[in-house]
Ligand binder design. Structure first.
Ligand code: SF4
Length: 347
């Protein structure tokens, strides 16, 4: 008889790794799916910023799949996911994280995928009582129902605390070998990782996506407020991950690199935005997002950029303004720290 087949939602974290291994151990054929939303934390900012240079640069979902020896399907859901972020039916968590809707959406996508690919059930690494809100016990059936996965959704790490699902009732998996983890403590997971011999797994500080990050959420809200509509493109949400965001006026915002790695990254956007770079002193690259600046606004933008350059204490700093058609040289006195108003700083 062909082994039963399960697809595991692989975030790249420890829980999905353990959940998939528990099911693999029962002779089930497991493959993984990783959904790319554009808000993922790992492998992006770490790859950009110099200060993170010592961190391991890897795609954690691929690393997990490699540890498990399974095939991983990375699926781009950037466009479809917008509606989840913009109009979450169950609302947001502490920041702009629509966790419950996100889980429902991803499990729903996985449900479609198993139907199309002849798989039997879905595995997630959810643990009751862990953050975020979607992992509270009362939301577990909501995810199963609203996603359409129903009892083809198995959470091996906390299955014993939940009603038996189809794979358990049908005897495809032995419920007794599943776990009853609950609560925020990570100790049971760490002990199980030790038992399985998994080391060096990802310990993402601040969660799996930028939507749980307060500063990031403030920047996203600012973007929506100032555009007058709740929408975004992939470039928008990428740029919110990088640089200091300073909005001296509703009509424009400066994105100022905080270090060389960010300057290199923002350079890739110079064809899309007017930019300012420093000439007389080492300094950051600034992108200008919004309406074209008048001369006074341009002078202020240059003075702010100069403030973050090595010439911050100089009488005059030379900068180069590039409006994407031509370049011109501008000399300004850097703004003093106290002249940068708190209400200009986004996030
Ligand atoms: S943290 Fe982000 S990816 Fe994770 S469930 Fe919440 S919204 Fe979805």
């Amino acid at each position: 008889m062909q082994p039963r087949k399960a697809v595991a939602l692989i975030s790249g974290g420890l829980d999905s790794l353990l959940a998939a291994r528990l099911i693999q151990q029962q002779g089930i054929h497991v493959e993984g799916i990783n959904y790319y939303t554009g808000f993922c934390v790992e492998g992006h900012t770490h790859a950009i910023r110099n200060r993170d240079r010592r961190r391991v640069k890897r795609n954690n979902a691929l690393w997990v799949a490699e540890q498990l020896g399974i095939k991983l399907h990375i699926v781009d859901i950037v466009d479809e996911y917008k509606d989840v972020v913009i109009n979450p039916r169950h609302g947001y968590g502490a920041n702009l994280n629509p966790c419950l809707d996100c889980k429902i959406f991803m499990v729903g996508k996985a449900r479609q995928w198993i139907d199309e690919n002849g798989f039997d059930f879905i595995i997630t690494g959810e643990v009751i009582g862990q953050r975020p809100k979607s992992q509270r016990k009362r939301f577990m059936p909501v995810i199963a129902d609203e996603s359409g996965a129903e009892d083809r959704l198995l959470r091996p790490l906390c299955a014993k605390n939940l009603a038996p699902t189809l794979p358990e009732r049908a005897g495809w998996v032995d419920r007794e070998l599943l776990k009853d983890f609950s609560g925020r403590s990570r100790k049971p997971q760490m002990a199980l990782a030790e038992e399985f011999g998994f080391r060096d797994y990802a310990q993402p500080a601040g969660g799996c996506c930028f939507l749980t990050n307060q500063t990031y959420s403030v920047k996203l809200k600012d973007l929506w407020d100032n555009r007058g509509r709740r929408d975004y493109e992939l470039d928008d949400i990428m740029l919110l991950k990088v640089g200091r965001h300073i909005r001296p006026s509703r009509s424009y915002k400066l994105i100022i690199a905080r270090e060389e790695g960010e300057t290199n990254f923002l350079s890739g956007y110079r064809h899309m935005f007017p930019s300012i770079s420093t000439v007389s002193h080492p300094g950051p690259l600034t992108l200008i997002e919004g309406e074209p600046l008048d001369e006074k606004q341009l002078e202020l933008a240059c003075a702010i950029t100069a403030r973050f350059s090595k010439g911050r204490d100089a009488e005059s700093v030379e900068l180069c303004y590039n409006d994407r058609q031509r370049e011109r040289s501008i000399h300004v006195k850097p703004l003093a720290a106290e002249q940068i108003r708190q209400d200009w700083i986004v996030g």
